[in-house]
Design a protein around this ligand. Structure first.
Ligand SMILES: [Zn+2]
Length: 309
């Protein structure tokens, strides 16, 4: 595959969790970069990795919309045809949260809000949401879709600096993209009132062993990911910033979709028929149990809810 960086745009990094320099290679990805495991604390990360400027180029305006199988989203995330799917994903995430606590009257910050469906669902549940994203283009889409909800291009770090505080901070599929997750977690924790909740989801690296690293989507798609967490590595990093895990859920198998199936899905997506095809399938086949959020860390996408002390 063609790399979106040159060989002199790679840097060697130390472990972001413990600062240790020594690591062992775990897997070579299709882009030729190695996932390593810290020999001291066990955190998995890309090393060497593209420098910040090269990573920044991955998140251009086409990130959400390219339909690229290796980087960004496989479908045009901002299209109207994807909207019902984004809404269903958001609704399932929200149900996990409202199962633990009522959102009525709560201030909710969503980091990585994309097209805004989670904020819209949170508002229906009685919360006052603010959605932020690094992509100005996607923030514009969210604002057009839900004009009465506040969305803006911003970062957790800059809002933390203003002293603004929230009852709930959510970051679905964000931490694996962040160049320095420990300082990002520090900022996310600082955004919470005491007793507030941080909700994070991320691919579960223990699935690499469970399904075999060659078959695991976590190592073979979304090649912009820089970190690969397990429940253990996430919990130990969170503990440093006063975040105690109170609930863990997971969903999905993490198995790579066979190429013909993903090609067919891409065709349906281009024709705007993805949701119709999915409905037709569900009319005959009930969604499998792993498609729901299940308690525990056995499945592919981890969702961790932590309480700030
Ligand atoms: Zn380490």
């Amino acid at each position: 595959m063609t790399q979106p960086w040159t060989s002199d745009e790679l840097e060697i990094v130390t472990c972001d969790c413990c600062g240790h320099r020594k690591s062992s290679a775990v897997y070579r990805r299709p882009d030729g970069l190695d996932v390593v495991r810290c020999l001291n604390c066990g955190l998995h990360f890309l090393n060497p990795r593209p420098v910040a400027a090269a990573i920044g180029r991955l998140y251009d305006s086409a990130y959400y919309t390219s339909g690229n199988r290796s980087i960004g989203y496989a479908y045009d995330y901002a299209s109207e045809s994807f909207r019902p799917i984004a809404a269903e994903v958001a609704s399932n995430r929200l149900q996990v949260l409202t199962g633990l606590m009522p959102l009525e009257g709560k201030r909710v910050l969503e980091i990585g809000c994309a097209t805004g469906e989670f904020c819209a669902a949170a508002r229906k549940a009685g919360a006052t949401p603010l959605g932020i994203d690094l992509s100005g283009e996607i923030v514009d889409v969210a604002t057009r879709r839900y004009p009465s909800i506040a969305f803006r291009k911003d970062t957790a770090e800059s809002i933390a600096g203003t002293g603004q505080r929230f009852d709930v901070v959510t970051a679905y599929e964000v931490i694996e993209h962040v160049p320095a997750p420990a300082s990002w977690l520090r900022a996310s924790s600082a955004l919470l009132e005491p007793g507030g909740r941080l909700v994070i989801s991320t691919p579960n690296v223990t699935r690499a062993e469970a399904v075999g690293p060659d078959n695991w989507t976590g190592f073979n798609t979304s090649l912009e990911h820089l970190y690969f967490f397990s429940l253990d590595s996430l919990m130990s990093m969170m503990a440093r910033f006063g975040l105690a895990v109170e609930a863990v859920y997971s969903q999905g198998t993490g198995l790579l979709t066979p190429e013909p199936v993903s090609a067919l899905r891409a065709v349906f997506a281009r024709l705007g028929l993805l949701e119709a095809a999915r409905r037709a399938k569900h009319a005959f086949l009930a969604p499998p149990p792993y498609s729901r959020w299940n308690p525990g860390d056995q499945l592919h996408t981890l969702m961790v809810i932590a309480r700030k002390s």
